[in-house]
Each structure stands twice: as structure tokens, then as C-alpha cells.
Ligand binder design. Sequence first.
Ligand code: THU
Length: 134
Amino acid sequence: MNDTKPHHLFEAARDAMGKAHAPYSRFPVGAAILDSDGRVHSGANIEVISFPEGWCAETTAIGHMIMGGGKRIAEVAVIAEKLDLCSPCGGCRQRLAEFSDPGTLIHLCDAEGVKKTVRMDELLPLAFQTETIG
Ligand code: THU
């Protein structure tokens, strides 16, 4: 991948993965978000001994984006140490979609860099959307 932005995001996701707290699954994951203002927010998965209470790397990164004043997701990179290609889980797809556009790019990485890039609407087709709530 020649584009510098995905490369930059890959490195941020890989660095974040190094901070994973995953003693139960031993499956570290890292994610990095480029927000619509050009800033990068990263996150790792954080597990809890009461297993369902842990959460994913993408969720940590979204929390950092929102608390850092970011509004929209421009691009995302995700990496898992033990997978060639870590595709975000179902819950994280919905969370990413909340702050993304249909064309937002999600870069799935391996140890070398970006391996595959997909659009948000490919990752979550027929996403739940309604204007009747709230
Ligand atoms: N995990 C993520 O961080 N992101 C995903 O999209 C898939 C799964 C984490 C959750 C858990 O800590 C570990 O990977 C094993 O499922």
C-alpha cells in the first residue's frame, strides 16, 4: 500500500495492540481511527475476568475519538496479532457505522501492513437505520 495515511494508521493500530489487556483470550487487537479533522485515535481490547464485560479495540478507539473531540470516522485500521486479517466483530461494525459514512474505508492489517481494504457498507450491508427513534 503506497498511500501514507493507511500506513500511518497501520502503525498506530499496531502500537495500540501492544497495549491490549487480553490475559484471558491471549488475543491482542489494535485499532486506529483517522477522524474527519485529520487526527488519529487508537485503542486496544480490554478484557475483564468476568468475560462478557470486556470490550474490543475498535470500541476503545471510538471512545478516544469522541472524548478527544472527534466527530466522524474518515478511515479505520484494525490488526490482530494472531490473525492475518481481523475483521471487526458485529457489535463493532454497528459502533463504527454510527460515526462513519457508507464509503468510509476500513483497512484490515497483518503484521506487515494493510492487507485488505473494505468500505463500511460492505462490512455492514443493510445496516440498521431509522429516523423514528428520539
Ligand atoms: N476483539 C476485538 O478487539 N475486536 C474485534 O473486532 C474482534 C474481537 C477482541 C475481543 C476479545 O478481547 C478478543 O478479541 C477475543 O475475542
